[in-house]
Design a protein around this ligand. Sequence first.
Ligand SMILES: Nc1ncnc2c1ncn2[C@@H]1O[C@H](COP(=O)(O)OP(=O)(O)OP(=O)(O)O)[C@@H](O)[C@H]1O
Length: 512
Amino acid sequence: MNYAVEMLNISKQYPGTLANDDVSIKIKKGSVVCLVGENGAGKSTLMNILYGLQKPTTGEIRINDKPVTFNSSLDALKNNIGMVHQHFMLVEELSVLENVILGMEPTKSLYIDYDKAKKEIKKLMRSNGINIPVNELIGNLPVGVQQKVEIIKTLYRGVDILILDEPTAVLTPQETNDLFKNIRELSSQGKTIIFITHKLDEVMEVSDHIIVMRKGKVVGEMNTCDTDKYQLAEYMVGKKLPPVMDRKEIQGSPVIELENVSIKQNNGLYSLKNINLTINEGEVLGIAGISGNGQGELARVIAGMTKPTKGKILLENKDITNKNRKERLLQGISYIPADRKKEGLCMQWSIAQNSIAGYHVMPKFLKKILGFKFLDENKINDKAKEMINQFDIRTPSHNTNVNDLSGGNQQKVVIARETKVNNPKLLIAAEPTRGVDIGAISFIHNYIIELRNSKTAALIISSDLDEIFTLSDTIAVLYEGEIVCKLKANEVTREELGLYMAGSKRQEDIDE
Ligand SMILES: Nc1ncnc2c1ncn2[C@@H]1O[C@H](COP(=O)(O)OP(=O)(O)OP(=O)(O)O)[C@@H](O)[C@H]1O
């Protein structure tokens, strides 16, 4: 049999963690294979080994029947293997063209032959149904388009085997559809695609074959046509997931109120325009909408990271418009940011240090959590161990750097800190389950509803409509910085919401 990839008896030992434990996989040429499994199962490690970023402790790799040894990703590229990471490796200040040819610039009489490069890239784009302005700066492009640039970059390098690590985590549904079209096109050209994801609908839609990992081992393999997403979910978690918790009926008073809040940017455009909204005790308000329509700004203006140009913000009837982030934190506003690496964690700090990061300079919190107004390492470690247990954070120790955790486990550290240290009156959670496995999603969803049942108000921003429907009492849609509808979650359908997300406005729903 002609396999594109064979990884045989691969083990990878990190200090304290056996990330891959005698893993063997064989991948047929031209197939689309999904690699699934719980957080920390070893999926990224296995793919980083295939891409030459990590060396296996033991084991063998064969590409197109030939044994290979990789010392770096350059070796992998020489064997026509490419990888697109969750966090793109593009230079924002350079153009699409410059990024694609970076390190592989064609030359003519000692100068870069941009015309030749442009022709080649345009040809690649045409044959893959991709259309991107090649002279545009990367920093000006939406993430979905940046990802296409990453794919074109790998194809420019002649890649036949393409690894995509959670490629849809940052994409809108439309961008995800486009990506799947590209994947099908590439597979029909004989390219082999390996796709890591936690989203089971995507697995069922895009793959031919599925490999399930748990605790460093391959625990199952199947053809996609022989399973369904419910069976797969059970396979991945090893048990049935608990149902979503019942909601208590709560007649709460307002926790947070926004009155005509606007943010005008330097270019004169508004990222938020006349936002009026109230979230009551025991209410989850879900913000739906295609990302880039003001969701990030809304979270940040309430958290106190940015100031509104106009309007008022009230917390329990008190004006907090001019209070900064630290003051709002002290008053009970917790914030789980969408990007855990940029805003949620100090990546070089340990879990224990991150478990109180931000709060560590506030004596009031230190007294509340540790019993003292100063830092006591033993108490911090105990607190971190408690969080590790409650949130099932997979790590060898509380002293492990968060940089060495798998993506989903990093996310759990942020959620644990923002909900356990602060006991929030208002929880702002942007994409709270991004990169998190289905078992942990179920835990986090139930945990947010438990907080809501004990009267916490919550603002949930999510590009995943299933998540919005699961968590919300009320749903609002943001479109171009404005709230275009606000409805009870049980009175709106997905289809209706889709229309509002595309900009169709219903004023009577906004006037409360
Ligand atoms: N550089 C590293 N040093 C030490 N341990 C690491 C390192 N990278 C990963 N690990 C550990 O190896 C294990 C497997 O991690 P890996 O990132 O491969 O999991 P994953 O299946 O991709 O998880 P996720 O779905 O959360 O992304 C985890 O326990 C993680 O903490």
